[in-house]
Design a protein. Structure first.
Length: 503
């Protein structure tokens, strides 16, 4: 396998591509369903028991005796997928269906399953970036720490492998760097449990994290998942150019936030709709609040302590905003700063080790986050079989609250987070014992199991009958001491939503 094939193999395995996105392909389940129907002349069996859509496609292929392996190789299938990004204009959906039919006609049942999962973005077979990093560090015979530093400078697997081929490893401005992540803590005592002395604490903004690159007159801005969002925020691009016109090369990180006409902070969900869904009906002013600098005029700053990077940032920020911060070793000062942040409408605080380097793509103790914890008691009515490591457990749960009159249950979304492997196993046994019927990918159960659920926000949602959805929900504990009649009602949900959004 040469370097080109290796890059394709990794991207196909992860279902994540550097040259195009799922949005570029624009292939949904309905489009694939129509292509399969046409290919097999509507010879589709009823009541297929499949855990996901890829598995459903596989069963249809088996039913139609489509089992011979294809003559496609790795490069062929990659190029076929990449070709969808060029389909545009009038009648594009029919073009996609015809292209899908030609591809499916050359695939076996198992190939069709994984092709489907790749193009609809459901590659969840347990293969993650960390596994490839570990394998490549062994393949190239490089220490894990050194490999992570090289990966940071490369930004992604494609650049990494090309850099190994060229023998050059350095940060390139205008190419995104994997962003450093923070671990959650639940209380103030945890902040100092790692024997930290001086720390920087910062407001945690409910915005969009961005990485800003400037090289000469060129500016690129990347989102947390390293997508180029430059064209979506021209006002920020202009602000960077105006305030950093004397700097040739620089990479910064910050939080993109929005204000309404009353100069109030916009909640995350509304901000996202303003930027990415082009919801321009209401007034919105964007601004950027910086918190880190990674590169300046040819110098890689990622291996410098955070305190030193803060000093660099202070010198160059000019007319740009900085996140509000405090350097302290006093737990009472941390508590007061946190209270101030929450009172002013922020999510909580970030806690950063002043001696810490920038570890791109990693979540560790160098950066921590403490957020206001919100919880509700809900009941599980539907449970779905998991993927990968969780494939033998009912581990994805649809959560419900009570209606206002307490006569029906209303959905608030799913979660698979919060339980240990042992708890998943025990929960699976309990759920199977109260099963009412099988449903697509899982089971419907009696309303008996109450769970305490933590979440970070509530957003309006037309997807669910309740009109709301929990954001980043996770199960804190199973409340066997509570009955389904004790759970929160839709009125409770509405009250929390109004408080969170200052309504």
């Amino acid at each position: 396998m040469d370097s080109e094939e290796l890059i394709m193999f990794i991207e196909l395995s992860l279902g994540k591509f550097e040259n195009f996105t799922k949005k570029d392909l624009n292939i949904g389940i309905n489009t694939i369903f129509d292509a399969i129907n046409e290919l097999f002349l509507n010879n589709i069996p009823k009541n297929i028991n499949a855990e996901d859509f890829g598995q459903w496609v596989k069963e249809v292929f088996i039913f139609n005796d489509k089992i011979e392996p294809s003559k496609f190789n790795l490069i062929n299938i990659y190029k076929e997928i990449e070709g969808f990004k060029n389909l545009k204009g009038k009648g594009v959906r029919n073009l996609r269906i015809e292209k899908l039919k030609k591809i499916f006609n050359n695939l076996s049942y198992i190939e069709a399953k994984y092709f489907t999962k790749i193009v609809i973005g459901e590659m969840r077979g347990g293969i993650k970036e960390g596994l490839f990093k570990k394998a490549l560090s062994k393949f190239y015979d490089i220490d894990k720490k050194d490999f992570n530093e090289i990966f940071l400078k490369s930004g992604n697997f494609k650049n990494l492998i090309e850099n190994f081929r060229k023998g050059e490893f350095k940060i390139e401005v205008l190419k995104p760097i994997p962003m450093m992540l923070a671990e959650k803590v639940e209380n103030f005592e945890e902040i100092f449990s790692e024997n930290k002395k001086n720390i920087a604490i910062e407001y945690k903004y409910d915005g969009i994290r961005v990485q800003i690159h400037k090289k000469g007159d060129s500016v690129k801005i990347f989102s947390r998942n390293l997508n180029d969002i430059t064209e979506k925020i021209p006002s920020i691009v202009l602000k960077i150019k105006d305030n950093l016109k004397d700097i040739n090369e620089i990479i910064l990180e910050g939080e993109l936030i929005g204000f309404n006409d009353k100069k109030e902070l916009l909640p995350f969900q509304i901000l996202m709709s303003k930027i990415f869904k082009e919801d321009k009906d209401d007034y919105c002013v964007l601004d950027i609040y910086l918190f880190d600098i990674l590169y300046l005029e040819g110098e890689d700053l990622t291996n410098l302590p955070y305190l030193k990077r803060m000093e660099f940032l202070e010198k160059i920020k000019d007319g740009l905003n900085r996140v509000k911060f405090l350097i302290t070793d006093d737990i009472d000062e941390v508590k007061n700063f946190y209270d101030e942040a929450v009172k002013n409408g922020f999510e909580g605080i970030m806690i950063k080790d002043l001696n810490g380097i920038y570890s791109g793509g990693k979540r560790g103790k160098l950066w921590l986050k403490l957020k206001k914890v919100l919880t509700v008691d809900l009941v599980i009515l539907e449970a779905f079989w998991g993927y990968g490591r969780r494939m033998n457990w009912l581990s994805d749960y649809m959560l419900y609250c009570l209606s206002k009159d307490m006569n029906k249950y209303l959905p608030l979304g799913k979660t698979f987070k919060g339980l240990t492997d042992k708890e998943f196993q025990e929960m699976t046994e309990r759920l199977l014992n109260i099963k009412i019927e099988d449903i697509d990918g899982g089971i419907r159960v009696k309303p008996e199991i109450v769970v305490e659920v933590a979440f970070e926000d509530i957003q309006r949602s037309s997807k669910y009958e309740s009109g709301y959805a929990l954001r980043f929900a996770r199960i804190l504990r199973i409340r066997d001491d509570k009955l389904p009649s004790d759970i929160d009602t839709i009125e409770d949900i509405e009250e929390i939503f109004n408080k969170l959004h200052n309504l």
